[in-house]
Design a binder for this molecule. Sequence first.
Ligand code: HC1
Ligand code: SF4
Length: 574
Amino acid sequence: TVNIKINNVPYAVKAGSTILEACHEVGIDIPTLCYLKEINEIGACRICVVEVKGAKSLVTACVYPVNEGMEIFTNTPKVFAARKTNLELVLSTHNKDCLACVRNGSCELQALCLRYGVSNSERFAGEMPESEIDDMAPHLIRDNSKCVLCRRCVAVCKSLQHVGVIGPNERGFKTHIGSAFEANLVQTSCIHCGQCIVACPTGALREKDDTDKVWAALADPTKHVVVQPAPSVRATLGECFGDPVGTNVQGKMVAALRRLGFDKVFDTDFAADLTIMEEAHEFIERVQNGGKLPLITSCSPGWVKFCEYYHPEFVENLSSCKSPQQMFGATVKSYYAEKAGIDPKDIVCVSVMPCTAKKFEIKRNDQDANGVPDVDISITTRELSRMIDRAGIQWADLPDEQFDPLMGESTGAGTIFGATGGVMEAALRTAVETLTGKPLENVEFHDVRGTAGIKEATYDVAGMQVNVCVASGLENAHQVLKSVVSGEKSYHFIEFMACPGGCVNGGGQPYQPASVRNFTDLKALRAKALYSEDEGQTYRKSHENPEIIQLYKEYLGEPGSEKAHHLLHTTYQK
Ligand code: HC1
Ligand code: SF4
C-alpha cells in the first residue's frame, strides 16, 4: 500500500492504483465520461480532474497513479468549475433534444450535468458540426449529433471484438465517429453484437426499436402472438426497474408478458434444451463417423457472422443447429400450430433477447422452415422494459407466474445457456450420458464456468479424451482459432459467444453506467442468477425435459431425424 491523503483524510491504498481507483476504494466517486476500465483509458474528456498538491495543473484521475505522500483534493471550487466547464464544452456541439431520447434517465452526460449544476447548456453555443443519422443496419442506429467523442464504442469494437469497423473520421471540429470512407455500418463487416451500444454513455448509439411492430401485432385480432424470452433475460430485466444486478425475475417477467397481451408465454429455455438434443447428437455423430472437428457452437449470431466474415475456414466446423431462438420459432409454427389448429401464417413469434444480433439472425437465409419466418420480431431486454413501462405495469407489484405448457418447460441445462460455458456444460451433460450409457454422477462441469475469456478442459468420456474450449468476446475467439490453425491446440468441441461473458452481458442488456461497469463484474453477478436457478431445478439435463421428450415422441422422432433436420438445422455462407 501507499499512504496518501484525500481531502485531508489519511488513507492507505493499494500501490499502483490510479487516483480514480484509490478514491473508489475509500468510497469517493470521481465522475468519468470517456473512461472504461481496461478498454478505453485515454484520459481525454477531463471530467475526472482533481487537484494534486504540488501539481501545476489539474490532473486526470483515471490515468494518474497515486504515490507515497500524495495529497489529493476532489471537491474544491476549482475542481467543480473545471468539470462544469468541460461539460459545457461537450454540450456546445451536442443535440440536446432530450425529452424522448431513449437514454433520458440513463444518459451519463445528463447525470453529470445535473450533478455539476450545468444550468446554462448554451454557454458555449455556436456552430454545430453536421451529422447524419445512420439507420441502415438491422440492429442499430447511430446519431452522431448525440456523440461526445469518448471513443468507448471504438475501443470496444476493436479490442474486445476484434472487429474494428468504427473509428474517428476527419479531424478537429469535424471529427466524428463512423466507418472507413464514410460507409454506412451495414456496408462494413460489423457483426451486429451491439457491444458498442452498451458502451455508449449517451443516445448516440441505440438498438433499432421494434416495439411498435409488437404493439401492432398484439392489437391485431387476426394474429396469435407468442413470446419467448431468452435464458439470460430473466437474470437482467429487473435491473431496468431498480432491482440489484443478479436478481432472477423469471416469475415477474412471465406475469408482465402475459399482461402485455401475448397469447402464449413460452420460453426460449425450452428450445435451448432442444438445441442440446440436436447438438449433442451432432457432436457424437461427428466423433463416431469422422466428421469435421472441432464442432463449434452456432447459437450466438454475432459469433456466426464473425466466423463467416473473419474465419471462413471454420464455417464447416459450425454446428448445423439453428440457435434456440430459431428452433423455437420453427417448432412453434409447426408442432404448436398443428396442435392448436392455427395456420402458421397467423402466428406472430416474438423473441425477447439480450442481443441485437438476433434482429439480424431472424432475417438470415434458411431460417423459415415453414415457409414463413421462424421468428417475426426480435426485441431486446431494454425494449421489453420500455413496453412494460409504457403499458403502465407496476413492476414491484407483479406476482410470480409460470410459463404456458407445451413449450414452456425447461431444465437447468437450458437455463445456463445464458452464461459463457453454459452451452458447453449443457451439451456435456447430455453427450456424456449418451456416450457412457450411465447416469452422470455430477452434472456440474466447473472447469467451463466462470468469467475468464478463454477456458479449456479435458474430460474422459467413455474412454475417449475429449478436449473442450470455451471463449467469449470475439478477440478471445480469434486467439483460440489462431492457436487451432497453428496446431498449438487441438479441440473436439468449442463454444464461442460473441459477447464477453456470454448473453448475460449481451448488447441488448440493460444499460449500466461506467461508474458501475468499471467497478462491478456484471457478467459474474448476472451469471450467478442462472447457475443458482439451475441448481434448484428438478431436471438439469436437457434430455430429461418432459416436454422435449413429448416433442420427439409425438412429432420429431429422434434427434437428427429428417424432420428435425428440416426444422431445426441451417446452413452458412462462406
Ligand atoms: Fe442467448 Fe441462446 S443463450 S444465444 O446466448 O443459445 O441472445 O440468453 O437466447 O438463441 O437459449 C442470446 C441468451 C439466447 C439463443 C438460447
Ligand atoms: Fe462493432 Fe459490434 Fe458495434 Fe458492430 S455492433 S460496430 S461489431 S461493436
